[in-house]
Design a protein around this ligand. Sequence first.
Ligand code: SF4
Length: 282
Amino acid sequence: MAECWVCFRHCRLKEGQVGFCGGRICRDGRVEALNYGRITSLALDPIEKKPLARFYPGSRILSAGSFGCNLRCPFCQNYQISWSEQAEEYARTAETVSPEELADLARETQQKGNIGIAFTYNEPLIGYEFVRDTARLTKARGLKNVMVTNGTAELAVLDELKPYVDAMNIDLKGFTDSYYRNVLGGDRSQVMAFIREAVRTCHVELTTLIIPGENDSEEEMRELSGWVSGLRNPDGEGVPLHISRFFPRFHMQDRGPTEVRTVCRLAEVAREVLEYVYTGNC
Ligand code: SF4
């Protein structure tokens, strides 16, 4: 039996048992990444798609994902690799790529406008060892590292990644404990602590997906943006907030897409206190 310390769940795993996230396993009495180097998705994306609006705009970034996630968002856009039967299948079939191979590929695609590697698509923190080992090599090749994350991990995980990660987009999915706990299976306080520490070390942008009837009130956006306004990126600039429109997907098909006017109204509310607010999927 061993305990995983990576996120608030602190799964206690028997030998050979896989954790809640599907990405970690107990082997030889210790918990390690089952998804180390197991790549399920690879694409050269515009940096704005991460989304990052104020980090090398106009560039492209080699984006890599594995499998597994420690949240259970019912509307997941990447459920095939995050949490579903298909994600479990990937644990058996995904190809293994070494940190060196991925870092070399990033350098080879520099001539296509690539600035580095984005660890994205599934939750990278549950496989932080591969992110750390690859990002170290990417940095040594003069390239950048980006992480797109739900921010659900202990600060000790962030400590491992700090020296190598240049920018992050972190989800701040809402601003009530009940939404995080009951709808997403998450822990808002862990995410807020992660964000508070992340802005001290690298460029951070945040994303809030607006779900009708869940986190779409002006009051909640006022509270959320008020908290974000107290944060500063290392260059002294305010932290950008991306407010995104929801579309029915996966296990959340019981409501229509977020009204565009709702997203625009919430962006106006956020702009009362934030310098950089962007709308997405509109
Ligand atoms: S990272 Fe995965 S195995 Fe570790 S505590 Fe979180 S859910 Fe459990």
